[in-house]
Design a protein around this ligand. Structure first.
Ligand code: AMP
Length: 190
């Protein structure tokens, strides 16, 4: 199994690249943000809970997110491997993911991070907000709060995976194809 955490701040291009890479490497793509949005759209209890955090640009609590992620992984018993997009976002989530992979006799092979400057991120997200229909892309204050939340809780995961020798940073600025190429160089090596 090849299990990869596709990492980076909001607007780094994780979702766009995961869509391409899942086909190329035949992996199951799990985006926790997409699962939350699906639940919001379908007006589930989980959706209502998640929305109250997402609308403010804050992270959904670990307990809820971890339970949901476990369920998504369990839905794919035949998977060749996974691309995790938007998960883990806290150290508790990273620990839970490691345990889950252990249970499957597997592991996270790498964290591949898209590196993009903050002001480029804000510009991209404002632009995306014009067509994405995402409430959290429509307001610059919420966009900045999501980036702040990333630095408060998520950025430290770089050192978490670096300590395991699993961190690969990739320049996330360029055309979609160029960035896919850079990511593929890493995917091919691990
Ligand atoms: P994303 O689509 O990855 O940008 O996520 C959108 C929003 O969903 C985030 O701002 C969080 O509110 C929530 N979210 C997504 N993934 C997670 C996660 N792993 N932990 C906590 N909240 C999350």
């Amino acid at each position: 199994m090849k299990n990869i955490v596709l990492f980076g701040p909001p607007g780094a291009g994780k979702g766009t690249q995961a869509e391409v890479l899942k086909e190329k490497y035949q992996l199951v793509h799990i985006s926790t943000g997409d699962v939350f949005r699906y639940n919001i759209k379908n007006e589930t209890e989980l959706g209502a809970l998640a929305k109250s955090y997402m609308d403010k640009g804050h992270l959904v609590p670990d307990e809820v997110t971890i339970k949901m992620l476990n369920a998504e992984v369990e839905k794919n018993p035949e998977a060749n491997g996974f691309i995790f997009d938007g998960f883990p976002r806290t150290e508790a989530q990273a620990e839970a993911l490691s345990e889950l992979m252990d249970e499957k006799g597997s592991q996270i092979n790498a964290m591949v991070a898209l590196e993009v400057d903050d002001e480029v991120l804000v510009g991209r997200l404002i632009e995306r907000g014009k067509s994405s229909g995402r409430a959290d892309d429509a307001n610059e204050e919420v966009i900045r709060e999501r980036i702040a939340e990333y630095y408060r809780k998520t950025d430290i995961l770089k050192s978490y995976y670096q300590a395991q020798d699993k961190y690969y940073g990739v320049d996330g600025v360029g055309s979609i194809e160029e960035i896919t190429e850079r990511l593929s160089e890493v995917f091919d090596r691990i």
